[in-house]
Design a protein around this ligand. Structure first.
Ligand code: ADP
Ligand code: 5GP
Length: 218
């Protein structure tokens, strides 16, 4: 029977992992891989006023909302952060994130630099942020085209906006260049593993060390 490794059994605070990148650099792919391989993570499902893409499911990829619905959520203080990106509104719903944090669960946020900035202001000690860069702008354009989910004018707008997003790379704890997906993903997993071991994130260590010191040896 599998037993829980001792390191994992020690009580710790939840990790709020923020992934940002210019559109097309691969953050959704990396987020998806992380959610599939690491069941401790829950995805923060954002609300957005953008049109649903063919491959997207309402309630799973985003909560798709009208501008009016979005404004009501914002005015009722139901949003932890919100921003306008590429002409649409995006926001992190407050309740699931606060619940995860209070229950010590890990949450993954796929949000832009404006959202990351707002979360850092509100939950600084709990946020770990990673900025994903493309290997080149040429490859970024190629990935946006190959994804084939957006019209050409939308792709052009996203490429223009990429420079604005990239300018904020210095605000992040870690920067990963997504050239080879497996290598980039392994880097993200290494960051997560190390951050979970941080002393200040593991209040359960006090009891563990007390038990260690009290242990009687024959
Ligand atoms: P983002 O969420 O940052 O907008 P996506 O994760 O949707 O980007 O990735 C954009 C496209 O690039 C997708 O078609 C994805 O399969 C592809 N992609 C992601 N990472 C790589 C990589 N390392 N090499 C080649 N293609 C990639
Ligand atoms: P997309 O339209 O490609 O799904 O996302 C466009 C951009 O909006 C991406 O940079 C994505 O990270 C960002 N985004 C998605 N959800 C949120 C959110 O809840 N808040 C903020 N600030 N940005 C978001």
């Amino acid at each position: 029977m599998a037993t829980t490794p001792l390191n994992a059994s020690i009580r710790r605070r939840g990790l709020m992992l923020v992934l940002s990148s210019p559109s097309g650099a691969g953050k959704s792919t990396i987020a998806r891989n992380l959610l599939e391989s690491d069941h401790a993570f829950e995805l923060s499902i954002s609300a957005t006023t953008r049109q649903r893409r063919g491959s997207e499911i309402d309630g799973r990829h985003y909560h798709f909302a009208s501008r009016r619905e979005f404004e009501i959520m914002r005015d009722n203080d139901e949003l932890l952060e919100w921003a306008e990106v590429h002409g649409n509104f995006y926001a992190t719903p407050r309740a699931p994130a606060e619940r995860a944090l209070s229950e010590g669960r890990d949450m993954l946020f796929d949000i832009d630099w404006q959202g990351a900035e707002q979360l850092r202001e509100k939950m600084r000690a709990d946020i770990v942020s990673i900025f994903i860069l493309p290997p080149s702008m040429k490859e970024l354009k190629g990935r946006l085209r190959r994804r084939a989910e957006d019209q050409d004018d939308v792709i052009d707008a996203r490429l223009k906006n990429a420079r604005v997003e990239i300018e904020h790379w210095r605000d992040y704890d870690y920067v990963v260049i997504n050239e080879d997906l497996d290598v980039a993903f392994a880097s993200v997993q290494a960051i997560v593993a190390a951050e979970r071991l941080r002393r200040d994130r593991r209040p359960g260590l006090f009891d563990f060390v007390t038990g260690l010191m009290d242990e009687k040896l024959d």
